[in-house]
Design a protein around this ligand. Structure first.
Ligand SMILES: [Zn+2]
Ligand SMILES: [Zn+2]
Length: 176
């Protein structure tokens, strides 16, 4: 995920280079393969990295608590600021923006940290292994996506309907 941009730092403003991204990034405690393409554009003050990357992270389903691989699409757009002038080798002042990414003294951009941050933000707050995940039985903890359990609603429903029938047909009792 390290790209040498020394040539591009010397290029004119607006020049674009496409870069194929393919590598492993540590996201949320697991290693994720990241693939895609970023455009690196020379701006008047930086190199702008922009592109769409694809990865998958292993997360826990919020309903059934099962681990599953969650595909993520990362729309990266980050500026990388040089800290060393590519021609003179002189140190450059850092931009005021806090937490901005920099191009190191060897004129190398490292996309790893940006990808990691974007991936963390892309993970859903309540991940679902599938849209219709049935979750766990609140009674016995059985994973209902793998079939009903002994205390599943299919068994309790008839009892309830009988009870409601009984309630609706019984005449109102008048105490005298
Ligand atoms: Zn699930
Ligand atoms: Zn159950």
């Amino acid at each position: 995920m390290r790209i040498n941009v020394s040539h591009q730092l010397k290029a004119s403003i607006g020049s674009i280079r496409n870069y194929e991204v393919s590598g492993i990034v540590n996201v949320a405690g697991g290693k994720s393969m990241v693939q895609g393409e970023v455009k690196l554009m020379r701006t008047d003050r930086s190199i702008l990295a922009k592109g769409t990357l694809h990865t998958e992270v292993e997360v826990t389903c919020s309903r059934c608590l099962g681990l599953f691989s969650c595909p993520l699409t990362l729309n990266i757009e980050e500026e990388y600021f040089p800290i060393t002038d590519v021609v003179s080798g002189a140190s450059l002042p850092l931009p005021e923006e806090p937490g901005c990414f920099t191009i190191d003294e060897h004129h190398v951009i490292d996309l790893t940290e940006a990808i990691r941050q974007y991936a963390l933000l892309a993970i859903p707050m309540k991940p679902l292994c599938r849209g219709d995940c049935a979750g766990l039985c609140p009674n016995c903890g059985h994973n209902l996506s793998q079939g009903p359990c002994d205390c599943s609603p299919q068994e309790t429903e008839p009892r309830w309907s009988e009870l409601s029938k009984c309630l609706s047909t019984s005449p109102p009792s008048l105490d005298k």
